[in-house]
Structure formats: C-alpha cells, structure tokens
Design a protein around this ligand. Structure first.
Ligand SMILES: Nc1ncnc2c1ncn2[C@@H]1O[C@H](COP(=O)(O)OP(=O)(O)OP(=O)(O)O)[C@@H](O)[C@H]1O
Ligand SMILES: [Mg+2]
Length: 247
C-alpha cells in the first residue's frame, strides 16, 4: 500500500531521516518504533505531506505521492493524527467529527448551512456511535479527558474513510486502561484500513503489529515481525535496553 524509497530529510546539519526505505502491506498494522529523536515523526511528516523530503519517493498503491499536500492526500485516502493532540478544542465532539465528514462533500455544499446537510450529520452520528462517543457528542472537545480526545482524533480520521490511517503515538499520556481500550479499538479497525503506527508502548506494538520497523538516529535499524524484533540483540541494545525485562 505504501512504499517509501530512500527518503531523506535534514534540518540544517541534522539528518533527521536518512535513506529510509520500507513498505507497509495492505490491511496490516505496520509500526515504527525507536528512541526519542529517531526520526519517526519526521518520517510520518514526509509521508503525509506535512514536510517535503530532500530526496526519495513515497508511493501509495503504486502512485507517486511524494511531496503532495496533506489535503490532497486526504482525498486519496490518507488520514493521520499528530503526536500532540490536534483538534478544534472550542468545538463539540460532534462538530469536530462532522467537519471531517463534511470534507467528503462536494465543494458547492460548503455554502449550505451545516445543519441542513443531512449526510455529514448522519455520518458524524454513526461514527460517534461506533467509537462510543455519543454521550460526549455535545461536550467541547477541550473539556474531554485526554483518552477521549485521542479517541475523537481517531474518529475524525476514520470519518475520512481512509485507506491508510497514520497514528503518531496515539496512546501518549493515556492510562493503562485507556491503552487497553485503544488496543481493542485499533484491532477493530484493521479490516478497514492499512495502519501505520508510531508507538512507544512495547506491549501494544507487539500485540497490534504485523510488521515492525525500528528507527535509530534517522535510519532504519531493523525490520521484521514483532517476534523477530523482540529477539534482535541489535534492537535491544539500541532501543529497548539490554536489560528490558518485558522484551
Ligand atoms: N522542524 C524541525 N526543525 C528542526 N529539527 C527538527 C524538526 N523536527 C524534528 N527535528 C529534529 O529531528 C530529529 C528527529 O525528530 P523526530 O520528531 O522525527 O523524532 P521522533 O522519533 O518522532 O522522536 P519522539 O519519539 O521524541 O517523538 C530530532 O533530533 C528533532 O529534534
Ligand atoms: Mg515523534
């Protein structure tokens, strides 16, 4: 589904992403892990069009999408969430999701009063029900718990009916019970979208992923199944710590 080839990005003298190549297979969960500053979010930004690569290519289903703007990629079926929660905090949960649904409408509908557009309303209600957010529908997103905000972000992404869902540390700041719920949520989405996930929670990565890419200092250090990553001395040393008991 996604093919990244020899991607490079430098910030001044710092090579944040170096010659990064990998593939993410359709309807699989591919996780990117690595220590802080490894270049994971930069790689995401290069794929999702938030940053332009210095060199290299990104293909979506065989189509070159290198450097395309995020809104253009959204129309091609790429939805992503950010490491820092990125929602309209002054709007309600319903309004946030409805905005995403509205973006699928024809442009001429942008001039119609939103409460008269039946489809985005119905779409938003269905998504809220699916994500168990009905009771939060009228609350301002800024007043929700962190876990619920993260859930709304994924609901907003899924409202775009993406083929590729990219999530940057979605469980950051979540409680253990919220993380467990998130695990179930992602598993429920796997049949509907290809998922690219940046995640620090090793247990979650092992539970969710079909394929894991390990980044270190901008480069791909290792890739393989969760079991192979768990067993790799290289990965243990560079990222997980040789004495990481859980791995
Ligand atoms: N816009 C930017 N300008 C300058 N340097 C940047 C910029 N974005 C990232 N960097 C640097 O590039 C390197 C890679 O950062 P990146 O955010 O991709 O890491 P990461 O793997 O996502 O880390 P974390 O796990 O902490 O989120 C870091 O050294 C970071 O300071
Ligand atoms: Mg990051």
């Amino acid at each position: 589904m996604i093919k990244v080839r020899a991607l490079n990005k430098a910030f001044g003298g710092l090579r944040a992403v170096r010659d990064l190549s990998f593939e993410a297979l359709p309807r699989c969960v591919t996780s990117i892990i690595g220590p802080n500053g490894a270049g994971k979010s930069t790689a995401f930004n290069l794929i999702a069009g938030t940053l332009q690569p210095d060199s290299g290519t990104v293909e979506l289903d065989g189509r070159d999408i290198t450097g395309r703007a995020p809104f253009a990629l959204a129309r091609l079926g790429v939805a992503r969430s950010f490491q820092i929660t990125n929602l309209f905090f002054g709007l309600s949960t319903f309004e946030n999701v409805r905005l995403a649904c509205q973006s699928l409408e024809r442009r001429s509908s942008y001039l119609v009063r939103l409460d008269r557009l039946a489809r985005p309303q119905a779409c938003a209600r269905a998504i809220l029900a699916e994500f168990g957010l009905q009771e939060r529908a009228n609350e301002l997103v800024g007043n929700l718990s962190h876990g619920d905000q993260r859930r709304v972000e994924i609901a907003v992404c899924m409202a775009l009916r993406p083929r590729l869902l990219m999530l940057d540390e979605p469980t950051q700041g979540m409680s253990p019970s919220e993380t467990a719920e998130f695990d179930a949520l992602i598993k429920s989405l796997t049949g509907r979208a290809t998922i690219l996930l940046i995640e620090h929670d090793v247990d979650l990565v092992m539970s969710l992923s079909d394929h894991v890419i390990v980044m270190h200092q901008g480069e791909k250090l290792f890739e393989g199944t969760p079991d192979r990553v768990r067993a790799s001395p290289l990965v243990r040393e560079a990222y997980l710590g040789v004495d990481h008991a859980a791995v």
